[in-house]
Design a protein around this ligand. Structure first.
Ligand code: NAD
Ligand code: TYD
Length: 351
């Protein structure tokens, strides 16, 4: 079996749902259930014996060690993190606690367990750390995309904490020989994404006739990847990646924020003409920019394409269509989130 951390969040949920469909191997899912974790996401596998949910913190070293000893997973895939840049600006401490200190304790538990495994078990074991392209900092419009050797230059408390965790993972491989793999992926979008992030926020607000907030001039660029393509890349790295190495994952799909928002509005005009305000783009409002807002991210994904044969399946058009359709078809999920802690966040961030 495998141990996944943070499996009740956006990407972890998608990864687990796909894994259970595609593999006979069971998944143990360790999640703290912060505001971003939602067991409703996993209702499809709730009574599936191949999914075991454990409520707990990656920073609880004793718990993690106990889980490793009990379940003897062949791999640990670490999704657990505080993941939202704007929240890291309001309050960086949780980011340091989970992303840095938590990853450290997780690594310590894994090292302790791995040390006493058989030689064969040691050789087969993998610790896969899921990270972000934001550790590389911000690109100018004419700069080449990030490669695996681009120097780290994180600019937000979020990306700095992820960079620190990447460095710890690297050090555990080089110092202790732990068989690690690190992936640095670009911006994801798709089902189950918490609506603090751009794509689901815009879809939800547009359907509700609320304003669509765009930071600054809307010309910041991200490289968007549909979440199931990220999940297939992680499976490829887990299966065939070279131990100790880093793999950049991206969709070759750079878009300005304004273009992303406009694409969502245009799609909603067609598939949801009953919204309170149509055309939806009338709801766009430019607001104060994010502090330290990175201008552009772009990923050179040629290493994973060349070495592991991975390629994204979805285009931006097909991916956005699937995403918009999912949010429209899952209004209960949306309503449930909109009534919880999310309201406080919206008030704090958008006034
Ligand atoms: P998310 O915020 O939706 O989910 C994070 C999950 O981790 C939640 O279920 C939460 O309850 C859990 N968690 C938080 N702290 C924990 C702790 N201390 N112990 C156990 N569980 C804890 O995040 P996401 O968007 O699914 O991102 C998953 C991973 O992928 C993160 O490491 C993130 O940095 C990385 N990543 C995300 C993106 C993206 O666009 N969303 C892109 C590249 C990389
Ligand atoms: P986000 O989804 O928070 O991801 P990240 O900051 O990790 O890239 O934001 C994506 C882009 O959208 C980023 O440039 C900030 C911008 N943005 C807005 O313009 N308005 C918003 O309300 C949000 C949440 C983000």
């Amino acid at each position: 079996m495998i141990l996944v951390t943070g499996g009740a969040g956006f990407i972890g949920t998608n990864f687990i749902l796909e894994w259970v469909k595609q593999h006979n191997e069971a998944v143990v899912n360790l999640d703290k259930l912060t505001y971003a974790g939602n067991l409703q996401n996993l209702s499809e596998v709730q009574s599936n014996p191949r999914h075991v949910f454990i409520h707990g913190d990656i920073g609880d070293q004793e718990l993690v060690l106990r889980l490793l000893q009990e379940y003897q997973p062949r791999a640990v895939i670490n999704f657990a993190a505080e993941s939202h840049v704007d929240r890291s600006i309001h309050g960086p401490e949780d980011f340091i606690q989970t992303n840095v200190v938590g990853t450290f304790h997780l690594l310590e538990a894994v090292r302790q367990h791995w040390n006493v495994m058989s030689d064969e078990g040691k050789a087969e074991f993998r610790f896969l750390h899921v990270s972000t392209d934001e550790v590389y900092g911000s690109l100018g419009n004419d700069d080449p995309p990030f490669t695996e050797t681009t120097p780290y230059a994180p600019n937000s408390p979020y990306s700095a904490s992820k960079a620190a965790s990447d460095h710890l993972v690297r050090a555990y491989h080089h110092t202790y020989g732990l068989p690690t793999l690190t992936t640095n992926c670009s911006n994801n979008y798709g089902p189950f994404q918490f609506p603090e992030k751009l794509v689901p926020l815009i879809i939800m607000n547009a359907i509700a006739g609320k304003t669509l907030p765009i930071y600054g001039d809307g010309q910041n660029i991200r490289d968007w990847l549909y979440v199931s393509d990220h999940c297939s890349a992680i499976r490829a790295v887990l299966a065939h990646g070279n131990v100790g190495e880093i793999y950049n994952i991206g969709g070759n799909n750079e878009q300005s924020n304004l273009d992303v928002v406009t694409a969502i509005c245009t799609m909603l005009d067609q598939v949801h003409p009953s919204s309170p305000i149509v055309p939806h783009a009338e709801l766009i409002q430019y607001i104060r920019d994010r502090a330290g807002h990175d201008r552009r991210y772009a990923i050179d994904a040629s290493k994973i394409q060349r070495e592991l044969g991975w390629r994204p399946v979805e285009t931006f058009e097909t991916g956005i269509h699937k995403t918009v359709s999912w949010y429209l078809a899952n209004q209960d999920w949306v309503a449930n989130i909109a009534s919880g802690e999310y309201r406080h966040w919206v008030k704090k961030q958008y006034g």
